[in-house]
Design a protein. Structure first.
Length: 278
């Protein structure tokens, strides 16, 4: 079995199909790991969800912030934004099945020494602790009262981990880290409003994966979410978001020994102009 990790698809279905062909992906034998943000901003969110759902156990994927945004819009909890491109999902006859499949995806996965997450981990969490915390959110999101969680999901506070956090504050902080995090302060606060490239001379703005107090060091972590960072390997973390929808590429990393990458450039040049929004 060959395993590949693929960065944020964001509805770039044609590029996904081309990438799977380029790596000779066989769903009966191989497995793809996806860093989340399966939908939105690219042109074919519906086709992307249908393709990935149909692949069954050959797909391991985590939720990203755009996936959660789609779920919130579908429930009437959030409004669509001017750059959103998932109306095809909302109007599809199989909408219910697809959204249920999406809602039951995990926020973090660990297998055979690899950890998969959309955004990042705050410095206070080990990977083992992060998996337990992710499960807290997954249990609520996959349960009968998931709409209550979606109503309380939005917001940038609290911004500092405390084991005594409870209720929606606790769930919101966990979700923000796993689906939105890029930078931390030296004391370990999550800085969600900072969305550009790392600043080598900003001591107050530390990429989460190089924070000196990070408890998840010495563990391999695969993540996406950070297209301005691009493909980046550092401190046993690998970013796979190479910004296909902005005119970049969709990238697959071979996880079994070789660490070879295969990329497919955006087939239309670009689907949207770059911005620094989530």
């Amino acid at each position: 079995m060959a395993r590949y990790a693929i960065g944020d698809v964001q509805g770039c279905h044609d590029e996904l199909e081309a990438l799977l062909s380029a790596i000779d992906f066989d769903p009966a034998l191989d497995q793809i790991w996806l860093t989340g943000d399966l939908v939105n901003r690219g042109p074919k969110s519906l086709a992307t969800l249908r393709t990935l759902k149909a692949l069954g156990p050959a797909v391991i994927a985590v939720l990203g912030n755009h996936d959660l945004h789609l779920l919130a819009v579908a429930e009437g909890i959030s409004r669509t934004k001017h750059r959103d491109t998932f109306r095809d999902v909302l109007e599809a006859p199989d909408r219910g099945e697809l959204l249920s499949w999406l809602r039951h995806l995990p926020l973090m996965v660990a297998q055979e020494g690899w950890h998969l997450v959309h955004a990042g981990l705050p410095p206070q969490w080990s990977t083992e602790h992060a998996l337990h915390l992710a499960k807290e959110v997954e249990t609520v999101l996959q349960g009968p009262s998931y709409e209550d969680f979606l109503w309380h999901m939005y917001g940038d506070q609290p911004d500092m981990w405390d084991e005594d956090l409870k209720g929606f504050d606790r769930l919101r902080f966990i979700t923000n880290c796993l689906t939105r995090l890029r930078f931390c302060s030296p004391e370990g606060r999550i800085l969600l409003k900072e969305k550009g490239e790392p600043h080598p001379h900003r001591k107050d703005l530390i990429p989460w994966f190089i924070h000196p107090d990070r408890q998840s060091q010495n563990q391999w972590i695969l993540f996406g979410h950070w297209s301005t960072l691009g493909f980046h390997q550092s401190h046993q973390t690998i970013c796979l978001d190479t910004g296909c929808l902005w005119g970049g590429s969709l990238t697959a990393l071979h996880l079994d020994g070789s660490f070879e990458t295969t990329s497919i450039g955006c087939l239309k040049g670009a689907y949207q102009s770059p911005d620094l929004s989530d």
